[in-house]
Design a protein around this ligand. Structure first.
Ligand code: AOF
Ligand code: ZN
Length: 327
């Protein structure tokens, strides 16, 4: 089989895995699988939900006896057996079904698997092909799973919303209204896609946010770093819409490792600025998502009355951005 042929089918297995919502399988990874004979797709499937069958048995169930002699394209190494596992080992199931060749993108970063699945298939007589050019795609597909398995903590995304002149909040403290409704909807979708959302006590006291996905999907686990601050049990973050965890006076690293143990793979750190600074100084930020509103907040008491650029233009100058507009 040519490399281009293998790449084509492995890319299709990735497309299948991407169709699954990341929270559906969390804390397990999203995995896609396609069984192919010659140029013909025999069956395709994905891991659809945590605790449910993996991608490979879902696909084998569709293929039935036609699986014998097929090539299995899987986005991640098929799992090996380990104690405490919820489902049968996919490496064993594929071998038993007579799969003759396995093409995969990456090893399973779970130290309980980490190469043992492929070794089992090789011993059973299957030819193993790894396409390392898909390694980055495998990691991007399951940021949270990789982070928890390799570092014991979640993937940390810092989210912030600023005015053009770099103010996170208006003088009146109405920080939630810096950006417009489309940006706010994007934040709600982010919350629905991620396992947890984390804020400091200052944000709870200043804004009293609910930190839910506002109907964009499942609500994330809410996490408050309270420090020594006393929070009212009536604060909206403690309402019944989602569970909330409160941590006091622990290091950020200890909090993240505890979240990792609880199966939290991805966390959105929403602020405030003091907490963002602590995460950055501790080197614990993996990704940043910065919203910029075309307003000059230092020119007004609140975001509603701040001067706003008309028809702003964005251009890229080397590593910098220029935003130009008329008031
Ligand atoms: C696969 N295919 O579709 C997935 C895999 O407790 P279990 O039985 O659900 O096993 C969970 C582990 O299986 C998980 O930590 C990861 O190592 C692997 N996930 N493996 O062959 C799949 N989701
Ligand atoms: Zn499996």
């Amino acid at each position: 089989m040519s490399r281009a042929h293998d790449r084509k089918f492995l890319a299709r297995a990735f497309a299948l895995a991407r169709r699954v919502h990341p929270r559906a399988t969390s804390p397990n990874p999203r995995v896609g699988c396609i069984l192919v004979k010659g140029d013909r797709v025999v069956a395709q499937g994905a891991h659809l939900a945590y605790g449910k069958p993996h991608a490979e048995p879902n696909t084998l169930a569709i293929a039935g006896l036609r699986a014998a002699g097929a090539t299995a394209y899987v986005t991640m190494e098929p799992c090996a057996p380990f104690p405490g596992k919820k489902t049968p080992s996919c490496a064993e199931t594929l071998a038993a079904a007579g799969i003759s060749r396995v093409v995969c993108a990456a090893l399973d970063p779970n130290p309980k698997v980490a190469g043992r699945g492929l070794a089992h298939l090789r011993r059973a007589g299957a030819k193993i092909v790894r396409l390392p050019e898909f390694q980055a795609a495998a990691e991007a597909l399951n940021r949270g799973f990789y982070s928890r398995m390799l570092r014991g903590r979640p993937w940390v995304i810092l989210k912030t919303a600023l005015s053009l002149d770099g103010k996170a909040a208006a003088a009146s403290g109405k920080s939630r209204w810096v950006t417009g409704k489309e940006a706010r909807s994007a934040v709600h979708r982010m919350r629905a896609d991620l396992d947890a959302i984390l804020v400091g006590a200052g944000t709870v006291l200043a804004d009293n946010p609910r930190l839910t996905s506002h109907g964009a999907g499942k609500n994330p686990l809410r996490v408050v770093l309270a420090g020594r601050r006393k929070l009212s049990p009536r604060a909206r973050i403690f309402d019944a819409s989602a569970p909330t965890l409160t941590y006091r006076k622990q290091s950020l690293s200890a909090v993240l490792h505890d979240l990792g143990r609880r199966g939290v793979g991805t966390v959105l750190v929403e602020g405030g600025p003091t907490l963002h600074a602590s995460f950055l100084r501790a080197g614990l930020v993996d990704e940043a998502r910065v919203f910029i509103a075309p307003k000059l907040l230092s020119g007004a008491r609140d975001a509603h009355t701040a001067p706003k650029l008309r028809t702003p233009r964005l251009s890229r100058l080397g590593d910098d951005w220029l935003i130009q507009g008329f008031l």
